[in-house]
Design a protein around this ligand. Structure first.
Ligand code: MN
Length: 195
């Protein structure tokens, strides 16, 4: 897997974003959800698969209600080190705007095929991946279901398990960073004042 497209789209010296993998995060693969206040606010859902972060932009953010199917638009693979990125991408750069680590943790692939567990890259190629998240805000099963391969449109859907909760709405009630506790405005201010 390559992050060539990621690098092609950006001037990393100017954007301040990670160039590649930094440290490892332990044995389990990681997921991260980054709230990104770019031209339109969205949530970037990223899963570590085969050494890169497979990525989707989720305009409304994830839901904990199995009846709420959230559009997820696949974007270019990001380097693993991006999971640690929180800060401000300058306005004149690709994806310019503030990035906040909204949730993160480890995950397990739970996609079953006739023969047993289906490798995650294979599941993505087939357009159907099931994961079990161990985040701070999100937990339990989530499905990624491809609905339009040409447009890269998928749906992100909470599975109906013990962690499903139609009354929770963490996107609005838990807006801040799980890494630093900061909100978007604070991150923007801290970056602009150089702290
Ligand atoms: Mn984004």
């Amino acid at each position: 897997m390559s992050t060539r497209e990621y690098r092609r789209k950006r001037n990393l010296e100017k954007s301040g974003e990670p160039a590649g993998a930094s440290g490892r995060f332990g044995d389990a693969p990681v997921f991260v959800i980054q709230k990104h206040d770019a031209s339109t606010l969205h949530y970037d859902f990223r899963l570590e698969v085969d050494g890169v972060l497979k990525s989707w932009a989720v305009p409304k953010g994830p839901s904990t209600d199995p009846r709420e199917k959230r559009l997820a638009i696949q974007t270019e693979d990001h380097p693993l080190g991006y999971a640690d990125f929180e800060g401000v991408i300058p306005k004149d750069q690709y994806g310019g705007g503030t990035v906040l680590i909204w949730d993160r943790g480890s995950y397990r692939n739970i996609t079953e095929k006739e023969q047993g567990l289906c490798p995650p890259m294979r599941a993505l190629e087939d357009g159907h991946l099931l994961v079990w998240l161990e985040g701070e805000k999100l937990a339990g099963g989530y499905a990624l279901q491809r609905i339009d391969a040409d447009k890269g449109h998928w749906l992100l859907i909470k599975m109906d398990d013990e962690q499903a909760d139609a009354r929770r709405n963490p996107v609005s009630t838990e807006p801040n960073s799980v890494a630093t506790g900061r909100g978007l405005d604070e991150i923007t201010r801290d970056t602009e004042s150089g702290t």
